[in-house]
Design a protein around this ligand. Structure first.
Ligand SMILES: Cc1cc2nc3c(=O)[nH]c(=O)nc-3n(C[C@H](O)[C@H](O)[C@H](O)COP(=O)(O)OP(=O)(O)OC[C@H]3O[C@@H](n4cnc5c(N)ncnc54)[C@H](O)[C@@H]3O)c2cc1C
Length: 396
């Protein structure tokens, strides 16, 4: 292999799972990458079910959640999720994909035993997909980079809550079996768990986006008088942003893990191409301009991998890791963009065709620099912290 993933400091149980996941993704899932059922709005339900059935057969469904319901540590999760990402279809097949992975994590941490029993077993078994409803349309002036701009409301009515609003970019809303909806009440932000489909949660349209690895695509959704029993609220009223933080850092980091896997594979494909393809009397890789691009890829990949393990270790101490996951999200997504771009460039025309996944990985990473917080928003919040720390140091 042209890139060696870390094995040092990783438990035997995680490596055993990761090795099986890698073999399954490379040997089985990669064979579906040019399947015509992978459409502009993501893999069809049919393709999704077929891949999941194969993962189940291989004993690899939701491999980061253990049989006793426990969760691998974040460091262990990293080694498994990186391998699942070696194909853009891998996370879907073995169910380590977004937004399900983050949603399962949140429910495992915050939901009551009753709500866990209602949703988690079906989610972990990969029987239903889920969606996370936070962002709102710019044309309404709703929540985007700034979640405090949230317009969707929830109002108590007897022992029910009534929710109204519009959401956008909701990944996988179309075809989801459950959703986590954020809305604001007089006490502050709230989160609700809802069985889907529900006639009060209407898909207005599926957007045409640059990426297409996620089933259901990304939807604009209207929520009109959605009436939910009070016990469908996650935790306490007014605590919604606190729970979003619980989900945010591990979910951000899991995107880094999966997309690192995809970029490792894109780099491998570029290395293979540049060794086989000749120009001006020698293999492309022997031209310094090409060799340097591949060397830079290897360094960016390794830095991204080490940063993921560093952030995972912080989360494994029980800390929220908001600062560290912001740093990791920016550093990893920007490094992976460079890797994907160089991989395309090394492959000439072939790099921008659908003949390999390199072109898809390039498109997917572009979107990753925006979701779960655009690069600039993370840098802005890091800069605010740097200023705060400086001020505190002056007061001492
Ligand atoms: C593919 C995809 C999938 C998504 N899936 C989901 C989902 O499942 N559920 C969900 O709720 N949301 C989802 N989102 C939404 C995503 O989280 C938002 O796009 C993101 O939070 C940015 O919000 P916005 O698009 O409204 O950008 P805006 O808020 O309009 O910001 C536009 C740009 O302004 C700049 N900017 C903003 N604030 C600052 C600042 N403080 N300093 C400097 N620059 C700044 C940034 O460059 C930013 O990209 C998804 C988005 C994409 C692209």
């Amino acid at each position: 292999m042209s890139y060696t993933m870390e094995r040092r400091g990783i438990s035997d149980r995680a490596l055993a799972i990761a090795d099986k996941v890698e073999q399954f993704v490379r040997d089985t899932v990669a064979g579906y990458e040019r399947d015509p059922r992978l459409g502009a709005h993501g893999p069809s339900e049919d393709l999704s079910h077929e891949l999941k059935a194969l993962a189940r057969q291989a004993g690899l469904m939701t491999p980061h959640i253990l049989e006793d319901g426990g969760h691998l540590t974040q460091r262990e999760t990293a080694v498994v999720l990186i391998r699942s990402g070696l194909s853009p279809l891998g996370p879907l097949a073995v169910h380590t994909c977004a937004p399900d992975e983050g949603n399962m994590y949140l429910l495992g941490k915050v939901a009551s035993p009753e709500l866990q029993a209602q949703f988690l077993p079906r989610m972990i078994a990969g029987e239903i997909r889920s969606a996370f409803f936070m962002t709102e349309p710019a044309e309404d002036g709703g929540a985007g980079s700034d979640p405090s701009m949230m317009l969707t409301t929830c109002k108590p009515d007897g022992n029910h809550w009534v929710i109204n609003g519009r959401k956008t970019y909701i990944t996988g809303a179309d075809g989801a079996g459950m959703g986590i909806i954020m809305a604001k009440s007089e006490q502050g932000a709230c989160m609700f768990l809802v069985d889907l489909p529900d006639p009060a949660v209407r898909i207005e349209r599926i957007m045409d986006t640059i990426d297409n690895s996620m089933p259901g695509g990304h939807a604009v959704v209207s929520i009109e008088n959605l009436r939910l029993p009070a016990d469908q609220m996650l935790g306490e009223a007014g605590e919604g942003f606190k729970y979003a933080q619980v989900r945010l850092s591990p979910a951000r980091l899991s995107h880094c893990m999966r997309w690192l896997g995809a970029c490792i594979r894109a780099h491998e494909i570029a290395v293979d191409y540049t060794n086989r393809r000749h120009a001006f009397g020698k293999p492309l890789i022997d031209h310094e301009g090409v060799g340097f691009m591949l060397a830079e890829n290897a360094m960016d990949l390794k830095q991204a991998e080490l940063m993921i393990y560093w952030c995972a270790d912080v989360l494994d101490t029980g800390a929220l890791g908001t600062v560290e996951s912001s740093m990791a999200k920016v550093a990893v997504s920007e490094a992976l963009m460079r890797v994907a771009d160089r991989s395309v460039q090394c492959m000439g025309g072939q790099g921008v065709t659908g003949d390999t996944i390199v072109e898809q990985v390039f498109r997917e990473i572009r979107a990753f620099r925006i979701y779960d917080g655009p690069t600039e928003v993370h840098k802005w919040s890091l800069a605010k912290k740097i200023k705060r720390d400086w001020k505190e140091s002056q007061d001492m």
